[in-house]
Design a protein. Structure first.
Length: 218
């Protein structure tokens, strides 16, 4: 049980202090290779450790079932969606205010966490929801990239590498939770009742607090 609680508790406890994403980096003239490496790292950091709201979203994806293929399928739908809106946002085609996007991101976590409490199967409409929420999260990623700045001479390289970094961060969370938690304990009778449901209740509570904070306090 301690093996389960350690990685999960670190993520959940740290989440109480999470706020809107901000990446502070002074953009200097770099080669294409340096741009790729720097933005790959920034994309990864935007998930681990800076993107605690996105971490909780991915945990919600993870906790719905124990089939790694289905977990990765949901994560892939999420990635496809946030790639679309991140690209459109960075090219100036869409521009959604952060004060609207950030509360919706928090609400998306609440929604998935509550669904996990009442459902234990990945239904077709779940994938649609994850995709729609991914579109919203992509606009949140755009806010982080705007704070970071984008090199005009390597705009596409920076955008692609940032997205790859985000995906690597997501997959790292999924694989960690799969090998440490799901693979070892998911066959036990108490796995859902004593781990999945309590964890999702906590996640829903944290995300509900974020929603209120982002609407009325921020």
């Amino acid at each position: 049980m301690k093996k389960i609680l350690l990685p999960l508790s670190i993520l959940l406890i740290a989440s109480f202090s999470a706020s809107a994403h901000t990446i502070n980096y002074t953009l200097n003239k770099m080669s294409e290779g340096e741009v790729f490496g720097q933005y790959l790292l920034e994309g990864f950091k935007h998930i681990i450790p800076l993107g605690l709201d996105h971490i909780l979203f991915i945990l919600c994806v993870f906790f719905l079932n124990t089939n790694l293929k289905k977990i990765v399928l949901q994560a892939s739908m999420f990635t496809l969606a946030h790639t679309i809106t991140l690209g459109l946002s960075m090219y100036g085609i869409i521009n959604a205010p952060g004060e609207i996007i950030e509360p919706i991101i928090a609400l998306s976590i609440v929604f998935l966490a509550i669904e996990n409490i009442y459902s234990d199967k990945v239904k077709p409409w779940r994938l649609i929801m994850v995709f729609i929420f991914g579109l919203v999260h992509g606009m949140g990623f755009a806010g982080a990239l705007n704070d970071l700045g984008m090199p005009e001479y390597a705009f596409a390289t920076a955008l692609i590498s940032f997205n790859i970094g985000v995906e690597l961060g997501q997959l790292s969370i999924i694989l960690l939770m799969y090998f440490v938690v799901s693979r070892q304990f998911s066959q036990l009778k108490w796995y859902r009742s004593k781990l999945v449901i309590p964890a999702c209740i906590v996640i829903a509570g944290i995300a509900s607090y974020w929603t209120i904070e982002r609407i009325f306090i921020s």
